[in-house]
Every structure is written in C-alpha cells, then in structure tokens.
Design a protein around this ligand. Structure first.
Ligand code: RB5
Length: 155
C-alpha cells in the first residue's frame, strides 16, 4: 500500500501517479482529497501523509510545488525520513541507505521522470547493515529532542 497526498500545486501529478500505481495493481490511498483547496497548505499535507505512513507502516508520496516545503514538514514528524528526489538514482539511494519512507516530488519541476522515480522508490529495499547504525542515530536525535536532552553531549 502507498499513501499519497499533494497540495494544490500537485493535484494533476498526484492523479497521474495514482493512475500509474493502479495500472501496476498497487493499492494507493489519497489522504488529501480535499474539495476545498484553501486548506491544503503543504505543512498540513506533509503531516497527514506522514501520520498515515506511520500508522499503516507503509511508504508514502508527498507532493508540493518543489517537493522541498513538504519534505521539511514531513521530516518534523518523528519516525519519518522524507526525501526530495529528482532522479532514479536519488530514489534508489534514499531507500537503500536512508530507509526513506516518504518520497517528496515537485509538481512544478520540468523534465522529471516521475514514474521511474516512483517505481524505483517503491521497489528498492533498505540495505540495513552499517546503514542501520546511522538510522538509529537519527532516531536518537529525535528521542533527545523529545526528552529535551542535547544529542551532541553524547558524541
Ligand atoms: C505553494 O505555492 C508552494 O509554495 C508549495 O507548493 C511548495 O512548493 C513549497 O515548498
């Protein structure tokens, strides 16, 4: 299952990706199917996508104009590792090395092979091994923030 959401800039791209995933018989849930487009600021969309990804333990796709704003918002949610990807290599490496769970895309970017990026992101497995140690450190940064402890003190 894939969770998807976009702000107003990404409505067409979101539909394109949903159709692409449905053609591949991959379940996709659009969590931002708002009729009222005044309430679709990218921080809210990023949060809603992220919450659903954590609750359903699956991957997500979050779209805004550049992919950048929504990635910043997603990455504020503990447990989310969101990456803006503009090519297949980035999509592959962020799954393999970073265990990214949200792919962020920019609807206003030109000449982006979106379907290839999506396919690569959802089909690449996390490599684990030494990369797990680094993911654990990201989690530790989150835990320190939650507890009001300075992460740097333990370095
Ligand atoms: C909305 O106009 C735009 O700022 C937003 O989609 C996104 O690109 C922000 O990073």
């Amino acid at each position: 299952m894939i969770i998807i959401g976009s702000d107003h800039t990404g409505i067409e791209l979101k539909k394109r990706i949903i159709n692409h995933l449905k053609e591949k018989r991959i379940d996709v849930i659009d969590v931002t199917n708002f009729n009222d487009q005044t309430g679709d600021d990218y921080p809210d969309i990023g949060y809603i996508v992220s919450r659903n990804v954590l609750d359903k333990k699956c991957l997500g796709i979050a779209i805004c104009g550049t992919g950048i704003g929504i990635s910043i918002a997603c990455n504020k949610v503990n447990g989310i590792r969101a990456s803006v990807c503009t090519d297949k290599y980035m999509a592959k490496m962020t799954r393999q090395d970073n265990d990214a769970n949200v792919l962020c895309l920019g609807a206003r970017l030109e000449n982006i092979a979106v379907e290839d990026i999506v396919d690569t992101f959802i089909s690449t497995e996390f490599a684990g091994g030494r990369h797990q140690r680094r993911i654990d450190k990201i989690k530790k940064i989150e835990d320190c923030q939650k507890d009001g402890v300075e992460y740097g003190d333990s370095l």
